[in-house]
Design a protein around this ligand. Structure first.
Ligand code: LMR
Length: 392
């Protein structure tokens, strides 16, 4: 049986981890996978997470199963963080293994409800989006998103493409901090997208993996909140990997907004999908997040540290834009300071990306996406000089 298997293409982002690890050169710089790193290159365990873990170790009495949907307290805390108040009566939710688990379960739910639905994704998007959609055998379409000239959003192209969405189609939107580009819709643009998709009768699916990494915890939820208010049905796949720094704990949530009448049936279907795929969702990370969000002192400390993380990335963006201005003697990379989140797509060619790797030991995804948090004050000028040399 197994001899029939063909090799699978490697995930381009994960492939870089191994390439970087095997590079013996001193001073190599990893701008690949989206993991936050501080100035010393460490991905720290956040203070509030450590405190919650200590408390959990002292107080936890059992490790018996939770509910199929995970703990209701986790869903309530996450709903509050993402949407604020006022949605509980129409929100069904399941805890999932990370944001990817939430995306997978959202797509499974769509398939269960409307097997023929088309899922629209931005061009470009996080490579795992099309990969899972294809794997599930679902129909997929793309809408233009990125303007390669300005490195901003191609808003005219996006609106033109989304005007072709059919009733009942699902449109996958990045709630904030677009991955891989770093280019984001403005508030007025979000309002236009919401109006268009409402008029088309689309079902929005929001991927929210970086809340707190862009303009702030509340600000980064604004678009998702607008979407939640504006549609009868919305799917939200959220991750705690980045904003709580608990990547390996696999902590995510899928929220399905529906009518109060349909909530119980939708919840039952979500529970069913958890049962089919892995039974009970992981609990440890979800429990830590709940403890942090339910305790005002832990919440305050977590928010303060998250804000430091955000400010650090903003500072690096500013410094990189300035260094690139100097190194290239042009303003062509000024967009780096305007982008938000962990990533920026620089607009380099694949050949230039390979030269950066071969000649300068600088690793980024082949589409020239960089993880800003992979930099520090010392490596920013090194990157800027290297980019100038491959662009010259
Ligand atoms: C990324 O885009 O680098 C992150 O979301 C990590 C991943 O799993 O790809």
């Amino acid at each position: 049986m197994l001899e029939t298997l063909n090799p699978q293409p490697q995930d381009k982002i994960l492939q870089l981890i191994a390439l970087f690890r095997d590079d013996p050169r001193d001073g190599k710089i990893d701008l690949g996978v989206g993991v936050y790193k501080d100035a010393t290159g460490l991905t720290p365990v956040m203070r509030a997470v450590k405190a919650a873990e200590k408390r959990l170790w002292e107080t936890e009495k059992t490790k018996t199963y939770t509910g199929l949907a995970g703990e209701p307290a986790y869903a309530a805390a996450m709903l509050g963080m993402i949407l604020g108040n006022g949605f509980a009566d129409r929100a069904a939710a399941i805890a999932t293994p990370g944001g990817t688990g939430a995306i997978r379960q959202a797509l499974e739910l769509i398939k269960l409800a409307t097997p023929g639905a088309t899922v629209w994704i931005s061009a470009p998007t996080w490579p795992n989006h099309p990969s899972i959609i294809k794997y599930l055998g679902m129909s997929m379409a793309e809408y233009r998103y990125f303007d390669a000239e300005t490195r901003g959003v191609d808003f005219a192209g996006l609106m033109e493409d989304l005007a072709r969405v059919a009733k009942g189609d699902v449109v996958l939107l990045h709630g904030c901090c677009h991955n891989p580009t770093g280019a984001n819709l403005s508030a007025p643009q979000w309002a236009e997208v919401v109006a268009l998709l409402s008029a088309r009768g689309a079902v929005p699916m929001v991927d929210l993996a970086y809340q707190g990494f862009g303009d702030g915890l509340e600000e980064d939820a604004a678009a998702t909140r607008l979407v939640a208010q504006s549609f009868p049905e919305v799917l939200i796949a959220a991750s705690c990997s980045k904003n709580f720094g608990i990547y390996r704990e696999r902590t995510g949530i899928l929220i399905a907004l529906t009518s109060a009448d349909r909530k119980a049936v939708v919840q039952g279907n979500l529970n069913f999908l958890n049962r089919q795929n892995y039974s009970f969702p992981p609990d440890h990370g979800a429990r830590l997040v709940t403890m942090i969000l339910e305790d005002p002192a832990l919440t305050a400390d977590w928010k303060a540290e998250l804000e430091e993380v955000r400010q650090n990335m903003l500072g690096l963006r500013k410094q990189l834009a300035e260094e690139l201005r100097r190194a290239t003697n042009s303003d062509r990379f000024d967009f780096v300071a305007d982008h938000r989140g962990m990533f920026s797509r620089l607009g380099l060619t694949e050949a230039q990306v390979i030269r950066l790797r071969d000649e300068h030991a600088i690793y980024m995804v082949g589409d020239s996406r960089i993880n800003i948090a992979g930099l520090n004050a010392q490596t920013v000028p090194v990157l800027a000089a290297a980019i100038a040399s491959v662009c010259g």
